[in-house]
Each structure stands twice: as C-alpha cells, then as structure tokens.
Design a protein around this ligand. Structure first.
Ligand code: TNX
Length: 543
C-alpha cells in the first residue's frame, strides 16, 4: 500500500516542471540540503485535509494545526485515507528504516503537500520549513511555494544558551525564546540557571536557595571598576533596587514539555565550584570561610566558591543534582566548571588536606577531583556531564564532554582525547558581544565584536583535527550572557538575526553556504520576524 501511494505521489510531483524554472528566492533559514522550486503555489484553506496514516505523528500534526489556528484562524481536518478531490497534506514514512530521525522530504505541488519522514523530529523540521513558506497575511487562503526539498542537519548539537541568572526572564519569555530555536531547527537549549548573581531553580529540599539566592539587594550600574588590589572600586554605582525571580519545579516541567514538543532538549546548567555565590549566600557553610555572603550585585568573578575539602558540600550539591536530574529528561547535565578562582582553596585547611590525602599536585588537580567526583555521581544516575573548557585543567573527568568557550583550543584538546565537544568560542559564538563596529550606535554590551557575517562563516570543525577526531565535535552553540541584557527585548536584539546565521552554520551543508544568498533570504524572512514582533538588529537590511 505504502509503495503504491509513493509511486502515485512521485508521478504527481514529477508532473510539475521544477528543474527548468530558475529557483525562486524562498525565505528559508536554515537553507535545506537540497531545494528546487517552481513558480506555482499550493493554496492552503480550511478545506485542505491532512492525511495521516500513522498516529505516531499526531503530536506534530497538532502543532501545525495550532500554528494555523493562532496565525490564520483556521484548522485542518485530519483523516486517514487520501481524499478523492480537493487538496491535501499527506504525511508518510519512507519505505525502509534508515535511522535518520531528523531528515525529511517535503514535496509541494499545486494539489498536494507530501512529507516523508522517519522520525518525529524530521517531520517537525519539515513543518517548520512549511511554516516559513506560508504567506504572512492573515487570510483564509495561505499561499505556499511549490518546492521539492530533501533535508538533513549537518551537526547533531545545534544549541542556543540563555543566561537567566544575571537577569531573569519569565516562563513565557523563555518559551518565546524556545520558539525561536524551533523556527531555526536548533535542538538544544542550554539553560544557565545558577550563577553568583542569582539562583533561579526551585530545589524542594533547600527552599533557602531560592528564598535567599534568587534575590539580590541591588544591581551595579554599567561596568564594574576594580581598584589596584582587585577589590571593587568605591566609584561603582548601584541602582538600589532589589532584583529577583526563579522558576518553580512546575514552571520547569512546563517548559521542559514545551521544548520536548519542539524536539528541543534542555541542558540545565548548575554552576560549580565557582560562580556559586548565590547558593553560598543561602548556605555559607559550604564555602571555605563560612561567610557570610550576599548574592553578588556586580559582574565579574568572586573568590568565594564551594569548599572542595568539605564532604558536606558535595552531599549538598548531590541533593540539588538529584532534583535537577529528575526534572530534565535529557542526557547531559552542565556543571559549569568555568572561572573558579583558587584563592580560597590555597589557604583553606580542608582543601589543603584534600590535596594531601588524594595526592593531588595543586589546586587545578583539586578542581579536577571536584568535577570527577560529581561526574561519578551524575553517571551513577545515568546521565553525562558537560562542562566549560576549564574542566580540562588538572585532567578531564573520564566521561565528560567539553564546551569550548576560550577559543577552540579546549575543544581540540578534548576531541584529541576522544571526548565529545561542543564548540562555542567567544568569537563568534558570544551573542552578548557587539554586532556593529560603531559601539555608540549599539546598546551597551560586554565588549567584543561578533558581526553577522562572522557568525555565518563559522565552521565548528577545526581543520587541525583528523577525520576521526572531527567526529567528536558534536556541533556548536550561541551564548547569550545577560549581564548587560536587562530585558527580553534586548535578548531578541542581541540574538537576532545572529541566531539565524548560526543555524545555517549548523544545519546547511558547508558547500551550500553563501552569505550573500543568506542575506537575500534573511530580508524576506525578516517579514516573518516583523509579524512575530521580534526586536531584531536591522543592519543587514542596508546590505
Ligand atoms: C564568561 S563563558 C563567562 C560568563 C560571562 C561571560 C560574558 C563562561 C563559561 N563564563 O560567566 O557571563 O564570559 O561574556
């Protein structure tokens, strides 16, 4: 039955003259692996029928129907046999299983739209492509270009990060951000939930974490200044306004299932041993000095970190991770590991005893001891650790994956040691950096310069790696740190359209990438961003 339908569809589609007509410009981002188009259109109306022969795709079909309801005010009827007249959307699976769960074929002629996908994710990406092809006016006749698309991603880790600690974004804003990821076929949302300036995840066993750690009494205005001794300068100015917020476990469950429906895995980040002052403000007994501390009110790093010589600190972290693991179904737990100053450890008797007892060489090896001990715990719960590239210093924990942010060196070293890697070098993956040379025309950013074209040109697999080593590069990720990103509108501005450019670096075959062509498509696609009300950077419009 399936192959008869397949033949019928093949004949129907090959009747359209696709190849002869110059391909029209389609507002597709990321560009699919292969696209052909004709000048014809499919007209989608409330009479169009969805033919679904396999219930496993019901969730994705409902997603499409919800999109239509929200944007065009109608929904489509779902049936299980091909109709005798009228146009329709036919959803089917390939004749044989090949294991390509993110791939899809999408063929559209004037009478039918046909999706062929093996996996739910593949169909979902096909639907996202279809959505980008829809005419934007809210009418009862939605025009869709006739195309033949065969699509597949280049990398398996297509990530975007959002720092919800330095500034807090509501549940609805996080969902909107996830919508952007879905639109560009990202499949990982790295959720930075804890840092010195705010603890944002409810932990039932330790209510003080959110009661104390999710609040800070005020926030520094502008960039922090430091005096000669490395102490905060007296010239720093603070706004005097208490700031806070956190996600309850119910909020988290809601966001996790929202992401799951969009085939996005959330990687939660719980920072350790550094970037942990908000937790220590609530539980100073797990530091080296015993405190007291306040949730950090300025940007930068602090000397106070978890005590690596105190077993109770490990038990405390393990309790937290137990709840985190129960909330997030994905394989990876991000344990931070970055920028841990070693000042306290150097003079802490417990830390020094640990170094002696464990026969460690120095504080770097103590950090490695810390991460390896936590890794053992996380592995015992069936999960994998991922951490920033500092976790290489003093020796990599046996199974850990590395997120390379201080350039690509850490990622290269990890891949050579046969550890999985996500590339996210500051240049060009930090979207908290400026996107224009003239900083006076831009909102305040942390520094740096990452223009759209350099994000677009990014190739995550370093040339210095052999083919075998290159297989350890899972993909890449864009990071949105929010020290200077105070509201969601600025999150949009800093991430759009750089997120679109990165999506193409991660999805589209390398030999199909072309910046000029991307800009032409982006100009068309920006109409959709306008419709969605996104505050994006508009420099590309003048290119
Ligand atoms: C470095 S990237 C950090 C963050 C900052 C960011 C600002 C990383 C692992 N640590 O704590 O927010 O730079 O760009």
């Amino acid at each position: 039955m399936k192959s008869i339908i397949g033949l019928f569809i093949f004949i129907a589609i090959s009747c359209c003259a696709f190849a002869q007509i110059p391909t029209r410009v389609l507002p597709l981002i990321p560009l699919p692996r292969e696209v052909k188009s004709s000048n014809d259109n499919f007209i989608l109306t409330n009479k169009t029928i969805i033919v679904l022969t396999n219930d496993k795709f019901k969730q994705e079909v409902d997603y499409l129907n919800n999109y239509l309801k929200k944007n065009y005010d109608f929904q489509l009827q779902i049936v299980s046999v091909l109709p005798t007249d009228g146009n329709y959307i036919f959803i089917t699976q390939p004749d044989f299983e090949a294991g390509f769960m993110e791939n899809y074929d999408l063929s559209i002629n004037q009478n039918q739209i046909v999706f062929i996908a093996e996996g739910n994710a593949g169909l979902f990406y096909g639907i996202e492509t279809l959505i980008q092809l829809m005419s934007l006016e809210k009418t009862q006749e939605v025009k869709i270009a006739c195309v033949q698309i065969n699509d597949a991603p280049r990398y398996q880790w297509r990530g975007m990060h959002l720092d919800c600690s330095r500034h807090f974004f509501t549940k609805e804003e996080v969902k909107t951000y996830i919508d952007y990821l879905a639109m560009y076929k990202f499949n990982v949302f790295h959720w930075h939930l804890t840092d010195d300036q705010g603890w944002r995840i409810e932990i039932k066993k330790y209510p003080l974490l959110t009661k104390v750690g999710s609040q800070r009494k005020e926030t520094i205005i502008g960039k922090p200044k430091w005096d000669k001794n490395g102490e905060p300068s007296k010239d720093n100015k603070y706004d005097g306004i208490p700031y806070g917020g956190f996600y309850t476990q119910d909020d988290i469950k809601d966001i996790v299932s929202y992401a799951q429906l969009r085939h996005i895995t959330i990687v939660p980040e719980i920072e350790m041993p550094g970037h942990s002052l908000a937790a220590l403000a609530a539980f100073p007994q797990y530091s080296c000095t015993g405190g007291p501390f306040e949730t950090f009110t300025k940007w930068g790093v602090t000397d106070d970190v978890y005590c690596a010589g105190n077993d109770s600190a490990f038990l405390f972290i393990q309790d937290i991770l137990t709840e985190v693991i129960d909330l997030f179904p994905g394989k990876y737990i991000h344990i931070g590991g970055d920028e841990c100053l070693k000042e306290r450890w150097k003079v802490c008797p417990k830390c020094q005893k640990r170094i002696a007892d464990e026969k460690l060489k120095n504080e770097n090896e103590l950090q490695s001891y810390f991460i390896t001990r936590i890794e053992k715990f996380i592995n015992s719960k069936g999960k994998q650790v991922i951490g920033w590239d500092e976790i290489l210093e003093g020796g990599l924990a046996p199974n850990a994956a590395v997120m390379s942010w201080r350039g690509t060196g850490g990622g290269i070293a990890a891949a050579k040691q046969k550890h999985f890697v996500v590339m996210t070098p500051g240049k060009p993956c930090y979207f908290d950096h400026y996107q224009s040379k003239d900083k006076t025309k831009e909102p305040l950013a942390i520094g740096g310069f990452n223009p759209l074209d350099s994000v677009y040109a990014y190739d995550p697999t370093p040339k210095t790696l052999s083919e075998e080593e290159g297989k350890f590069i899972m993909g890449a990720q864009g990071n949105v740190w929010t020290e200077y990103i105070t509201d969601f509108s600025k999150v949009q501005y800093m991430s759009m359209p750089r997120m679109a450019a990165l999506s193409e670096a991660l999805w589209t075959p390398k030999d199909k990438k072309n910046y000029k062509d991307f800009i032409v498509r982006l100009k068309l696609h920006s109409k959709l961003l306008d419709k969605m009300g996104v505050n994006y950077s508009k420099q590309f419009l003048s290119k």
